[in-house]
Design a protein around this ligand. Structure first.
Ligand code: KIV
Length: 311
C-alpha cells in the first residue's frame, strides 16, 4: 500500500494532515462534514479480499460482539469481523446457537459497527443469520439479511449446502454479499449428532459439490468448520472467487477464523483442539490479536500437526 491511504472516491492520496483535519472528501450523497478524522487505512472490500487471495495473502477473521472488542480487533489488523451466533454461548450462556434470535444478532451487529466507526475501523463486517431466520423461504432470508445489513453488516453468513444454494443466489442477485458455511454447522448440531468432524469418507464428495454450487450461486466466502485438512485445501484450490475461511480445517484455506473468547483463553472448560490461546505470552488483548494476525499471515497457525484433522 502507498504511504498514504488513497481517497476512496477519487483515488488521490490523502495526506495525514488533511485526513487528521477531517478534510471533506468527494463522497456521493454526502452533505455533512466529517465528525472525526478520516481513516488512514483503506477499508476492506470484496475486491480487496480477492486481491489478497490472488496474491496468496491469508485473510484473518475473528468474531466480536461488542464495540470495544471490535475496535481492538480492527486496530490489531484483523481484516474481517464476524458477529457470529456463537454469541449465544459466549455472551448469553446458551447451550447452543439454536436459541439466538435475529433481534439479538442485529443488536450486537449495531454495537460492533458503532465501535468500528468510533475508531475509523476498516474491517469487513459479517453478520450471522441465526437459526430460523432463513430456513422458511428465500423471501424470509431476504428480510432477515436486510435487517442485518441495515444494522451495519457488509455481508451475511448462513449455514448449510444443497437447499441453501438457491437462497444464496437470491440474496446475491439482490446485492447482498454472502458467506456460506459448510462442515460442522452448529445450528444443526442436534441433527449432526454433536460437534463432530464433517466431510470424512462419502461426505467428502457432497461437501465438494456443495462448495462449488455455492460459489456458482455467488457466495464470496465460505467458512469450513471441522473439516479434514486435505479436503479443505482441495476445496480451497477449486474455488477462486469464494474464499475459504477455516476453523478446525487446517492451514490450506484462504483464511482463518476463531471465536474471540477461545483465542483469548476465556474458557473455563476445555478448548477444542483447533484453538490456540494467543494470550499466552502477551500482556494485552490487542497484542494477542496482533499475534493471531501475524501467525495466520505467516502460516504458523494453524499447525496441521496440532490443530487439524488429517484423516
Ligand atoms: O458463530 C460463529 O462464531 C461462527 C464461527 C465459529 C465461524 O460461525
Amino acid at each position: 500500500m502507498s504511504e498514504h491511504a488513497p481517497n476512496r472516491a477519487t483515488g488521490a492520496a490523502l495526506s495525514p494532515t488533511s485526513a487528521a483535519a477531517g478534510a471533506t472528501m468527494a463522497t456521493p450523497y454526502g452533505t455533512l462534514p466529517n465528525a472525526s478524522p478520516m481513516p488512514q487505512r483503506r477499508p476492506i472490500s470484496l475486491p480487496r479480499l480477492q486481491e489478497m487471495r490472488d496474491r496468496g495473502e491469508k485473510i484473518t477473521m475473528l468474531t466480536a460482539y461488542d464495540a470495544t472488542f471490535a475496535a481492538v480487533a480492527d486496530a490489531a489488523g484483523v481484516e474481517c469481523i464476524l458477529i457470529g451466533d456463537s454469541l449465544g454461548m459466549v455472551c448469553q450462556g446458551l447451550a447452543s446457537t439454536v436459541g439466538v434470535t435475529l433481534e439479538t444478532m442485529c443488536y450486537h451487529t449495531e454495537s460492533v459497527v458503532r465501535g468500528l466507526r468510533r475508531v475509523q475501523g476498516t474491517a469487513w463486517v459479517i453478520g450471522d443469520l441465526p437459526f430460523g431466520s432463513y430456513q422458511e423461504s428465500k423471501e424470509q432470508a431476504l428480510r432477515s439479511a436486510t435487517a442485518l445489513m441495515q444494522a451495519g453488516a457488509h455481508m451475511v453468513k448462513l449455514e448449510g449446502g444443497g437447499w441453501t444454494t438457491e437462497t444464496v443466489r437470491f440474496l446475491v442477485e439482490r446485492g447482498i454479499p454472502v458467506c456460506a458455511h459448510l462442515g460442522l454447522t452448529p445450528q444443526t448440531v442436534h441433527a449432526l449428532g454433536g460437534y463432530r468432524v464433517q466431510g470424512r469418507g462419502e461426505q467428502a464428495q457432497t461437501l465438494r459439490h456443495q462448495a462449488l454450487a455455492l460459489q456458482d450461486a455467488g457466495a464470496t466466502m465460505l467458512v469450513l468448520e471441522m473439516v479434514p485438512a486435505a479436503l479443505s485445501a482441495e476445496v480451497t484450490q477449486a474455488l477462486r472467487t469464494c474464499h475459504t475461511i477455516g476453523i478446525g480445517a487446517g492451514n490450506g484455506t484462504a483464511g482463518q477464523v476463531l471465536v474471540m473468547h477461545d483465542m483469548l483463553g476465556i474458557n473455563l472448560g476445555k478448548n477444542p483442539k483447533f484453538v490456540r490461546n494467543f494470550m499466552e505470552g502477551c500482556t494485552s488483548v490487542r497484542e494477542a490479536m496482533s499475534a493471531y494476525v501475524a501467525a495466520v499471515k505467516n502460516g504458523s497457525f494453524p499447525d496441521n500437526a496440532l490443530h487439524a484433522w488429517n484423516d
